[in-house]
Ligand binder design. Structure first.
Ligand SMILES: [Zn+2]
Length: 612
């Protein structure tokens, strides 16, 4: 059965034509054998990548990521940490006070046996040694033989790695005592696409990878229990809750865990001798695994039990509202330093109150659809990953935890407004690592990104937004869609023109600021005081107490959303004001009464006629 899944998923990744230019993507199929020493946290690896050049270009040079090299004093990650105004608290020690903090980079204090590294020992292309050079977290490789369009080449490597003390995302001995959080831990080929190479240094932010099939063998001390990406192939040699029959472990101090993972762009694992391993079956027979330390405080252990059926409900919710989860398993694993999404799994810290454990799981699991299956380049289009994930997980939480919030995205709107009025905002299209403040990055990627979608529902209608999300997933899963791909999907579904929205919302810091300027008996004057134009929903309350909703399309839409409101003539962005007349005397007017438009000054959105 696993083999047939392998084949179907591989077929899905074959290039198809998208829009005007032929879409293509590279393929990197990995076979790796790792031998882990749990006493000194070093590991030896043998890696073979079959690299297929589906691009129309001849490739002379390839790049790998060596992410663990970031966890060394004087690395770019360390220097950045020492210079950013608001460094990540997990990566620093505060030597001052809360009021007057003095941050010390934890990376700068790592001893030689605590740093992370990946050292490439040998590298061959099709059996012949090739030249390579390590530049920080990037390995540059000059090929002996250029890879022609459509050709494959074998890249074989031996390497030695050391797992750093847990600083960020991955590492050993995290603050809850999880032994190994193995994320971004192997030499990983950089992605090459229509924009060229994406061989950026690991500074802080997230990832972009090449799709491929993985076959991974991890040899490790027999007492360790593993979870992660991929289907365990030798479950009955392992046991620990994975077995399907009688467990028969080979002799010796170590066990070799053999995983395969079809059509993924990353392979993650975690290991600890104290894991409890629970399983429940979710929709479409997807096996949900939960690995958490049995030494957790009892109150946390209970939360990990209660989490399990909720995770199954999230699976059903995302299946229904985005698209079908294509793999056969998903694992929620205690590890890492917060919550971080990976292929078929998430690593999250375990000492959490119930609401936080469920909330973070809802968020990280939702990432599977946006970060993992609709694998937009997170280094560049971070808002498409964090924002869309925040959007859908807020909806899922509202329904599954019965939060009954009128606007489940209220928090995102508030956080965006705070950013937009702070003077610290930078355009969303900026590289994730290049934001001047971490907090401005966060509000931009998560909150403004979620508002991008919630507000799109206001522009094109909720039904069209729902259809757009599903169509986008169907068309672009297992690819690397761009902002324009999403915009085009929304345009095709709604029949409305949206280039203005994508451009101004994501590439500028223009803000929305509309106002009700005047009411003259039966006449309403609206004013656009901001640089970002929008279509307008307005509620008019008449002096007789009745109400009427009006809709003013933005002229640039070249159409209108489906609405039960009274539709007025459109409003062009060049016009600062807009006047319309109604049939009865007016008591008050309110712009966007449902608060779906991210107007930075809502005080001017309402005007009431003062009785004389
Ligand atoms: Zn996230």
């Amino acid at each position: 059965m696993k083999k047939s899944i392998f084949t179907i998923l591989s077929l899905l990744s074959i290039s198809i034509f998208a829009q005007n230019h032929p879409y293509w993507q590279q393929q990197a199929d990995y076979t790796m054998s790792i031998d882990m020493n749990v006493d000194n946290y070093q590991y030896d690896g043998v890696q073979k990548i079959v690299y297929t050049n589906n691009s129309p270009d001849t490739i002379h040079t390839v790049f790998y990521h060596l992410y663990f090299n970031a966890f060394q004093p004087e690395s770019e990650m360390d220097i950045r940490l020492q210079n950013i105004n608001d460094p990540d608290g997990r990566m620093t020690t505060n030597l001052g006070t809360k009021e007057k903090p003095i941050f010390e980079s934890r990376i700068s204090k790592l001893q030689p046996n605590e740093i992370g590294f990946i050292k490439v020992n040998t590298l061959q292309q099709d059996g012949v040694d090739i030249q390579f050079e390590t530049i920080g977290t990037i390995l540059k490789v000059i090929l002996n033989r250029p890879i022609q369009p459509g050709e494959k080449t074998d890249l074989e490597m031996t390497f030695k790695g050391q797992v750093p003390l847990q600083i960020r995302r991955s590492g050993r001995n995290n603050k809850e005592g999880v032994a190994l959080s193995m994320t971004q831990w192997y030499p990983k080929l950089a992605e090459y696409d229509f924009e060229g190479w994406h061989a950026n240094q690991y500074i802080a932010r997230e990832f972009h990878g090449v799709w491929g099939d993985y076959d991974v063998k991890i040899t490790i001390d027999k007492k360790y229990i593993l979870g992660g990406t991929g289907y365990l192939q030798n479950a009955n040699e392992i046991g620990y809750g994975y077995e399907t029959g009688k467990v028969k472990r080979p002799k010796g101090k170590k066990l070799t865990w053999h995983f395969i993972a079809p059509n993924v762009h990353d392979f993650t694992w975690a290991a600890d001798p104290d894991y409890t391993h629970d399983k429940i079956l979710g929709e479409n027979n997807v096996m949900l695994h939960f690995l958490y330390k049995k030494t957790l405080d009892k109150k946390y252990l209970n939360n990990w039990k209660k989490l399990q059926t909720k995770t199954a409900e999230f699976l059903s919710y995302y299946n229904k509202n985005i698209g079908q989860y294509p793999y056969k398993q998903y694992s929620v694993i205690q590890g890492g330093d917060g919550g971080m999404e990976y292929g078929m799994c998430t690593l999250i810290t375990g000492e959490r109150i119930y609401k936080s454990l469920v909330g973070v799981t809802a968020h990280e699991f939702a990432h599977t659809w946006f970060q993992f299956l609709l694998a937009t380049n997170e280094a560049k289009h971070e808002w498409m990953d964090e924002g869309f994930t925040s959007y859908i997980s807020s909806l899922a939480m509202n329904e599954i935890l019965q939060q009954n919030k009128e606007n489940p995205h209220e928090g995102s709107y508030k956080s965006y407004t705070k950013l937009a009025t702070s003077g610290l905002e930078e355009p969303q299209s900026l590289y994730a690592d290049r934001f001047y403040f971490n907090k401005a990055y966060g509000a931009s990627a998560y909150s403004k990104g979620a508002v991008f979608l919630a507000q799109l529902g206001y522009i094109i209608g909720e039904n069209n937004l729902k259809k757009t999300l599903k169509k986008y997933f169907e068309e672009f899963k297992f690819k690397h869609p761009t902002p324009n791909d999403f915009k085009r999907t929304a345009e095709k579904i709604s029949g409305l023109q949206l280039d203005w929205y994508l451009n101004e919302w994501t590439q500028t810091t223009h803000v929305i600021d509309y106002a009700v300027k005047a009411i003259n008996t039966t006449e309403v004057v609206l004013e656009n005081r901001g640089l970002m134009p929008m279509p307008i929903d307005a509620k008019v309350t008449y002096t007789d107490g009745s109400t009427e909703i009006f809709y003013i399309p933005l002229q640039m839409l070249l159409g209108k959303k489906s609405t039960t409101a009274t539709v007025l003539t459109d409003w062009s962005w060049v016009q600062p004001t807009y006047t319309f007349t109604v049939s009865k005397p007016i008591r008050s007017v309110e712009i966007d009464p449902l608060e779906r438009m991210a107007d930075i000054d809502r005080n001017t959105n309402f005007l009431e006629v003062i009785k004389k």
